[in-house]
Design a protein around this ligand. Structure first.
Ligand code: PLP
Length: 448
């Protein structure tokens, strides 16, 4: 597979070059040139595989030399050594659910090591980068700005990978308590992963990373690499779980349409879903849930795209006013708004509604969602109210609620049990460096 720059289609690179460079030299996002198209017979074969094998087969089409089939199998089995369940609020799994509950599943993408969907992309990306750098004495420096989940997933995925230093920039006071503990204890301060607490907002962190990438001297000196969802290596693996889970859902409920609800911010997750749909996955609609930072939902409803400054909400990882992946989505539809509207539908919700929804679902079923997943589920319910219940609805569960315990527990009035992976981090001593939102400070840290 070759990748082209969205700013100039004649700028073309390999998967390895796109992954390691992050952005095209002209500042454009990399885009895969020509997605694979699968026939129903081929998709049936892929659906019969386990998730890791299916991911390895799909990955074959997105990479090139030096990846062998055996490399991809090893990478995917090593990266995806945790379950990918679809379950109802009352605990039925897809294969045991009765037709009456066929309408309401949560795809829990939070059973990886950092309990968020970002693990799927970060772990594939890290293992691919490490394969590309094998036998070379090159070194790279990853800079990643995080509003909470990305930093932990990237840090965990790249921990102890030879030749790669990772710097995670997080906003002081802008991440949940659990996220902060996760971010600042990776490798216990003695590894290649370094946490930087920035005295500013997530936007400041993102701006510092952008400024560093625009600084030729820093780029050359440190061979900077991006790990945010502007990197196409983050977006491609997010198509794998849509592809595989839609085949499972279709096999279980052949007669019904398949609809995914995607809680969205930078639109990286949705881009992965739309790529799977374009490759022939049996998905009929995507329902987009935004919080009040809703430029994409507004676009779907009005045809007008108005990027803007973000405001803080309960679902903080979706506080994005200028979604990075909007140009990729436009490209997937050749800029055709009507074609996009046939596949995507959206709704946005203020925090009061999200809080009410978290409480209601918990009271009625006992199920606890993270605030992001709740926004997605609200959008799914709005879609059902408008179009009826004749489809299999799959709400994408993007993070474990325990990651947001400090926000969700007061809403529910009860404690959320902590999974073992989180328990392991609570007693560790946080290790981080405080810096001002200033490029010179960052340059000094990188040099030291
Ligand atoms: C828990 C959670 N939900 C949803 C999202 C939104 O995903 P995307 O930015 O790909 O739209 C994020 C992104 O950071 C997240 O961490």
């Amino acid at each position: 597979m070759k990748y082209y720059s969205l700013k100039n289609e004649s700028v073309i690179v390999t998967f390895g070059e796109a992954l390691l460079a992050g952005l095209a030299p002209d500042g454009g996002l990399w885009m895969p040139r020509g997605l694979p198209q699968f026939t129903p017979r081929e998709t049936a074969r892929l659906g019969a595989m386990c998730f890791a094998d299916c991911a390895a087969c799909l990955a074959r089409f997105f990479v090139d030399t030096p990846f062998t089939d055996a490399d991809l199998k090893r990478i995917c089995h090593d990266a995806y050594d945790y379950p990918v369940p679809m379950r109802t609020f009352d605990g039925y799994h897809l294969d045991s659910a009765t037709p009456e509950v066929a309408g309401a599943f949560v795809l829990e993408l939070f059973h990886g090591p950092t309990l968020a969907f970002k693990d799927f992309a970060a772990r594939f990306m890290a293992r691919s980068a490490s394969r590309l750098m094998q036998n070379s004495d090159e070194t790279r420096t990853i800079l990643v700005a995080t509003s909470g989940d990305t930093g932990g997933a990237i840090g965990e995925a790249f921990l102890n990978q030879a030749g790669i230093e990772v710097y995670i920039l997080f906003p002081q006071g802008g991440v949940s308590k659990v996220q902060r503990q996760q971010l600042t204890t990776i490798g216990n301060g003695l590894s290649n992963v370094h946490a930087l607490s920035v005295a500013g907002t997530f936007d400041d962190c993102q701006q510092m990373v952008k400024d560093a990438f625009a600084d030729d001297r820093l780029m050359k000196k440190h061979k900077l690499m991006s790990a945010n969802s502007i990197n196409v290596g983050r977006v491609v693996p997010q198509s794998f779980y849509y592809f595989w889970t839609s085949l499972q859902a279709k096999a279980a409920y052949v007669e019904r349409d398949i609809v995914y609800a995607v809680p969205s911010g930078n639109l990286g997750n949705l881009t992965g879903g739309l790529m799977a749909w374009k490759m022939g996955a049996p998905i009929d609609h995507f329902v987009i849930g935004n919080n009040i930072n809703d430029p994409f939902v507004e676009y779907l409803n009005t045809g007008k795209y108005r990027p803007r400054d973000a405001v803080p909400t309960l679902s903080n990882a979706m506080d994005i006013g200028r979604p990075n992946n909007f140009p990729r989505i436009m490209e997937l539809f050749d800029g055709n708004f009507e074609a996009l509207k046939k596949v995507c539908w959206g709704a946005s919700f203020p925090d009061e509604e999200t809080e009410r929804h978290l409480r209601r679902i918990h009271t009625e079923t006992g199920y606890v969602m993270c605030p992001h997943t709740a926004v997605g589920h609200l959008a799914m319910e709005a879609f059902k109210a408008e179009f009826g219940e004749t489809f299999t609805g799959i709400t994408v569960g993007t993070a474990h609620p325990a990651k947001f315990a400090d926000r969700v527990e007061p809403i529910l009035g009860q404690d959320i049990p902590m999974p073992n992976t989180l328990k392991n981090t609570v007693d560790r001593t946080p290790c981080f460096v405080e810096i001002a939102p200033d490029l010179d400070d960052l340059a000094e840290i990188l040099a030291s």
